[in-house]
Design a protein around this ligand. Structure first.
Ligand SMILES: [Zn+2]
Length: 189
């Protein structure tokens, strides 16, 4: 658990194990993350979740987590917020782009068929010359959080697709294997 990357709302442990502090909250005897970042536990059992804000160089092979701000065919524009590098997460502020040919493994005529504005995506960095290019093709990459286009509630993953339990409606995305379970891929080394 310690060092693990967690998302807001993710369960960390019980109040018997931890005392909630920065970046966490408690509810009904359970401690949850209110932040995106790595779990840190002090000797006093205070648990906090924070991203590391350091000077860090973005390199091919790193992963970026960010929010899709717009789709400007054939490009998806991502406001990068977190960098995952060698199993650690860093807070960043950077713009990254995904080309239509780097989403499904074949050319897509419209990115908006499988990625929508406001989706949270995880992408692997493939280029850093002048601009940051991401690919969403590998199984771990793609949409990791998405909202129903009708009611805006979070979509649930059902098998390989996404579903709104309120509207009883399927939505199509290029879904990451890490949809809603981001922490599994970024365990402490
Ligand atoms: Zn809905």
């Amino acid at each position: 658990m310690v060092g693990r990357l967690v998302l807001p709302g993710e369960y960390i442990g019980t109040e018997e194990e931890f005392i909630a502090s920065k970046g966490t909250y408690e509810d009904n005897g359970r401690v949850y993350s209110s932040n995106v970042g790595n779990v840190e536990v002090g000797s006093d059992f205070r648990v906090r979740v924070k991203g590391k804000r350091e000077d860090v160089t973005i390199q091919p092979g790193d992963e970026i987590i960010g929010v899709v701000t717009e789709i400007n065919e054939p490009l998806v524009v991502v406001a990068g917020e977190y960098l995952i590098k060698l199993g650690k997460v860093y807070e960043i502020k950077t713009r990254a782009l995904v080309h239509a040919s780097r989403i499904m493994g074949h050319y897509l005529d419209q990115c908006s068929k499988v990625v929508k504005a406001r989706d949270v995506v995880r992408g692997k960095v493939v280029g850093t010359r002048g601009k940051i290019d991401l690919t969403l093709e590998p199984p771990d990459e793609g949409v990791i959080y998405a909202y129903c286009s009708r009611c805006r509630k979070p979509l649930q993953r059902i098998n390989s697709g996404l579903y709104c339990t309120y509207c009883q409606k399927n939505e199509t995305r290029k879904v990451s294997k890490k949809y809603g379970e981001l922490s599994e891929g970024v365990k402490k080394r």
